[in-house]
Every structure is written in structure tokens, then in C-alpha cells.
Design a protein around this ligand. Structure first.
Ligand code: NAP
Length: 409
């Protein structure tokens, strides 16, 4: 083994990443199936980097703790040290973390995104040939969801029915604003700001321009929630006009046929109401490319889109801010498969592909994508895909990772 001098990734002027050949990258293994899928993903990432760059480049992994294990060992689900280490190293990757429903601690995932100001949750949804899908034409799905990550009902401002806080808010609404809310209601608050909405939409438009996507669709429920979701749409159009005026056109302006807009090289900005968008992505997926949407819509929509291309086991994701990024699978801890070496590691492997692209190590990223494609087209898949692919060979999580490694390069 060569003597490797490890270093940190830093951010240079204009936000450009400076990546040394041997960067330290913190990782959180995760709860439930996390250890299984992370073990597979790490082996694939290391093998791809070694296969493409030989001894020239290598990632030095640094474990940081969060979730159930962190709680057991430190009495904290998200230790300050973990947050600081991720900040210091700029790029990190994580497995899924458990959040109890209706009780106990707040979501560690949500806290991590908020504390590090990782304001854009980016989820590319693209079909990999050979994967079983409920769609007749899954290859028509090629979208990237930009989900606002720091506010909306995810801000965690809510109070139990009958609590002192809920009763106080109900009394305030009645006395100060004259609004009646049923006694003993639970209360939740949905904050959405101009700043957070604009920066999310700006990032989505910049991504569409950088990657040659023809449209950005603002997905909202502004017909009902006018001052939150409706404002998200207005702020989105506002930032599109102010920051990208020369590079975008608006569907609402009319005049041009869609083909003419695309041939002009400009990105078309349009908007859709969220419920209608769920039918659009099933019936006309080819009409949508980059989607920018508030937090809750984005959560629902990205899981539904993942199902169209093979399920949660195949869907990667990234949480990106201006000063750091944390890459993570879209799925959760799937507790019933924990420790069974059964889950599909592709989602975390593909999140690692996004991480390599973010670092500029695109050759290694492409090698992994091609190797996953080859494994699947040879019918080598984990249980989730095998149950819908009659002629396939069902592999364990670790065996699938090995199959991908054997097909690198
Ligand atoms: P989930 O863990 O995503 O699992 C739901 C189902 O999706 C699984 O039972 C399985 O379906 C399928 N699935 C998920 N991951 C898969 C994989 N890698 N390979 C194959 N199939 C996979 O969702 P959940 O049961 O609603 O949530 C469990 C816990 O995870 C909760 O505590 C939740 O808060 C947490 N969670 C964490 C994150 C995160 O860390 N970012 C995200 C979402 C949820 P079948 O049973 O049909 O095989």
C-alpha cells in the first residue's frame, strides 16, 4: 500500500470545490439497513476510484456518528462533533437514519439538513435499462427534483393537541386575529420565506442551464395555500426574471411553440399545481425535466417518481448548501431487512456517484454507472428488482456490490 497523504476538500473563490487527490470524506453508516448498504457502497466507490485512477487518487473515509448508534454511545442523536466534522470537510455521505413516528426526538435527517443549511435536496430520477418498472415507458422519465430542504411543515414547529402551546396559539388566533380553530386541535406551522424559496429555485435553474435540461417546473399547491405555496411560485418566477432573464423564457408568456423554445437554448420556466403534477409525471413524463418545489411536495413527488423507475432501492440523492454537501440514499432504514444483507445498495452507490461528480471525479462516477447497468442487464439484482424480473438471479446486498465491482472498467 503506498503511503498516502490525505487532505481536506475546500471551497475556493466563486464556490468552486478544491479536491485533493486523497481527500478525507466523513461518512455516517446509518441505522437499519444502513450498515449493509454502506458496506456495499463503500467497496464499490473505492474499487471504482482505484480502477480509474490507480494509485493517483483515493478517498480516506472518516466515520462520524449520528442516529441510534450515536444515541447509544453519546446520548445524542446528532453530536456537535459530527456537524463540525462535516462542515470542516465540505463533502460527506450518509446511510439512512431512523425517525420515530408521532413521538420522541425530531428527525435527525431534518436536523442535519437544517443545521448545515443544506437547502437543496437534489434527487435525479432516471431509468436504468433492464430495471423492472410499473410504467410502459419508464425510459421517458428523466427528471431532477430540487426540493427545498429547510422550511415548510418540516421546520418542526408543531404542538400536541391539548398542550399548553397549542392552547395558547388557538387563544391568540381567536383573540388577536378573530380566527376560530377547534378546541384541542393539534397545531403545526408552515413557514416559507422568500430567501429560501429564491435560492432553491435559482439553484434549480442554474442546474438546468449547466446540464442542458430544457425546462424548470415550479410545483406548488398555491391554489389552496396562497401565501406559502403560492408565494413560492411567485418568488420562483421573480428570481428567474431577475437572475436569469437572458437565459429563460416563460411558458405563461405564450407565443413560442415548445420546440422553438428548446431550440433557442433557453430554459422554459413553467409551473404546475402539485396534485395535477402527480398525474402529469405518469402520463407525460417526457414533458418535465428539472422540478423545483417546497419541502413536503418534494418528499412525496420524489418517492413517487422513484417508483416509476424501479423503486426506492434505485433512487439517489444529495443535500446541498453553499458551504457543504451531504449525499444520501432516498430510502429509509427499512427495519425489516436490517442486518439481513438483503437490501439493494444501488441508491447509496448512486448517491456516491453524485458525490464523485460533485468532486469532479466524473470518470469514476461514469464507470460505476456503467457497471450497475451491466449487472442489471445480466439479470444480477437484489430481491426488490428480482421479484419483478422473472429471469433474474437474486443476489444478496454484498453479492450485488461484488457483481458491480467485477464489471468496473
Ligand atoms: P423505508 O425505510 O424507505 O422502507 C420502505 C420500503 O421501501 C421497504 O420496506 C422496502 O420495500 C423498500 N426499500 C427501501 N429501501 C430499500 C432498499 N435499499 N432496497 C430495497 N428496497 C428498499 O421507509 P419507511 O419504512 O417508511 O421508514 C423507515 C424508517 O426510515 C423511518 O424511521 C423513517 O423515518 C426513516 N427514513 C429515513 C430517511 C433518511 O434517512 N433519509 C428517509 C426516509 C425514511 P418492500 O418492503 O416492499 O421490500
Amino acid at each position: 500500500m503506498p503511503n498516502i497523504d490525505t487532505q481536506r476538500i475546500t471551497i475556493g473563490p466563486e464556490g468552486i470545490l478544491r479536491v485533493p487527490d486523497n481527500p478525507i470524506v466523513p461518512f455516517i453508516e446509518g441505522d437499519g439497513i444502513g450498515p449493509d448498504v454502506w458496506a456495499g457502497a463503500r467497496r464499490v466507490l473505492d474499487a471504482a476510484v482505484a480502477s480509474v485512477y490507480g494509485d493517483q487518487r483515493r478517498i480516506k473515509w472518516l466515520e462520524v456518528m449520528a442516529g441510534e448508534r450515536a444515541y447509544r454511545e453519546t446520548n445524542e442523536s446528532l453530536p456537535e462533533e459530527t456537524l463540525q466534522t462535516i462542515k470542516d470537510h465540505v463533502v460527506a455521505i450518509k446511510g439512512p437514519l431512523t425517525t420515530p413516528v408521532g413521538k420522541g426526538i425530531r428527525s435527525v435527517n431534518v436536523s442535519l439538513r437544517q443545521r448545515l443549511d443544506l437547502y437543496a435536496c437534489v434527487r435525479p430520477i432516471r431509468y436504468i435499462k433492464g430495471v423492472s418498472s410499473p410504467m410502459r415507458h419508464p425510459e421517458r422519465v428523466n427528471m431532477v427534483v430540487f426540493r427545498e430542504n429547510t422550511e415548510d411543515v418540516y421546520a418542526g414547529i408543531e404542538w400536541e393537541a391539548g398542550s399548553r402551546e397549542a392552547e395558547a396559539v388557538i387563544a391568540f388566533l381567536k383573540e388577536s386575529i378573530g380566527v376560530d380553530v377547534a378546541k384541542e386541535s393539534a397545531i403545526g406551522i408552515k413557514p416559507m420565506s422568500r430567501k429560501a424559496s429564491r435560492r432553491l429555485v435559482a439553484r434549480a435553474i442554474q442546474y438546468a442551464l449547466d446540464h442542458g435540461f430544457p425546462s424548470v417546473t415550479l410545483v406548488h399547491k398555491g391554489n389552496i395555500m396562497k401565501y406559502t405555496e403560492g408565494a413560492f411560485m411567485s418568488w420562483g418566477y421573480e428570481v428567474a426574471r431577475e437572475m436569469f432573464g437572458d437565459h429563460v423564457v416563460f411558458e405563461s408568456d405564450g407565443g413560442l411553440e415548445p420546440e422553438e423554445k428548446v431550440s433557442s437554448g433557453k430554459v422554459v420556466i413553467k409551473d404546475r399545481i402539485a396534485d395535477m403534477m402527480f398525474q402529469q409525471v405518469l402520463l407525460r413524463p417526457e414533458a418535465y425535466h428539472v422540478i423545483a418545489t417546497p419541502n413536503l411536495n418534494g418528499d412525496y413527488l420524489s418517492d413517487a417518481l422513484a417508483a416509476q423507475v424501479g423503486g426506492l432501492g434505485m433512487a439517489p440523492g444529495a443535500n446541498i448548501g453553499d458551504s457543504c454537501a451531504v449525499f444520501e440514499a432516498t430510502h429509509g432504514t427499512a427495519p425489516k431487512y436490517a442486518g439481513k444483507n438483503k437490501a439493494n445498495p444501488s441508491s447509496l452507490i448512486l448517491s456516491g456517484v453524485m458525490m464523485l461528480q460533485h468532486m469532479g471525479w466524473t470518470e469514476a462516477a461514469s464507470a460505476i454507472e456503467q457497471a450497475i447497468q451491466k449487472s442489471i442487464s445480466h439479470g444480477l439484482v437484489t430481491y426488490d428488482l428480482a421479484r419483478q424480473m422473472p429471469d433474474s438471479q437474486e443476489l444478496k446486498c454484498s453479492e450485488f456490490a461484488q457483481a458491480v465491482i467485477e464489471r468496473l472498467g
